[in-house]
Design a protein around this ligand. Structure first.
Ligand code: SF4
Ligand code: SF4
Length: 189
């Protein structure tokens, strides 16, 4: 092989390497620790020195994977800071990190199989009237800090808290309870 061929081969190799790296960008994440705060519909992380908005995952994704966020709770995450907002890649739940984005930053979809419809109370709308707690036939609803919270393990998805009992109770009077459809099969990505 003469020098010219070797030189051209080397250039082609470099060119292919650049294309490969650009096609498979991997992102470097940073560890952030702090306490959670909810403002409006958004979650923020207070690290003590800074205050960042969190770009998490849809509410139903977090719910399905047992990620429950509470104001003032300590949070340990890995993510990428972009314009004062952290794009969250991993979130620590009960001692182990749970991935919510893949290594290229694409959101992961739900991984758990949920075979029944499930219900969530929006704490911003709940007025604490306790009607749903009284009417739930399996005592799946408890009041916490003045708002209703549904235990997904107990809930049988009867729908009474949303639609009423067919008698006088017409369901949550302020529409604070939302149902999500059953997911028949676990998705991967
Ligand atoms: S019925 Fe609605 S407003 Fe009343 S406690 Fe239940 S969720 Fe809250
Ligand atoms: S759907 Fe039925 S079982 Fe589930 S929380 Fe509402 S009333 Fe209770």
């Amino acid at each position: 092989m003469n020098k010219k061929v070797m030189y051209i081969s080397f250039i082609i190799l470099i060119f292919l390497l650049i294309i490969f790296l650009n096609a498979n960008p991997k992102v470097e994440t940073t560890n952030y620790k702090g306490s959670l705060k909810k403002i409006g519909d958004d979650w923020y992380l207070n690290t003590g020195d800074d205050f960042f908005k969190l770009n998490l995952a849809p509410e139903d994704f977090l719910f399905q994977n047992g990620i429950e966020l509470k104001s003032k709770a300590g949070l340990n995450i890995y993510g990428i800071l972009e314009d004062e907002e952290i794009i969250v890649h991993n979130i620590q739940v009960k001692g182990s990190f749970f991935p919510i984005r893949d290594e290229k930053g694409n959101p992961l979809r739900q991984k758990k199989t949920i075979e029944k419809e499930y219900y969530i109370v929006n704490p911003k709308l709940c007025i604490g009237c306790r009607l749903c707690e009284i009417k739930c036939p399996v005592q799946a609803i408890k009041m916490e800090n003045g708002v209703a919270v549904i235990d997904a393990d107990l809930c049988t998805a009867c729908g009474i808290c949303v639609n009423g009992d067919g008698k006088r109770f017409k369901g949550c009077p302020v529409g604070a309870i939302k149902s999500f459809g059953a997911i028949e099969k676990a998705d991967t990505k």
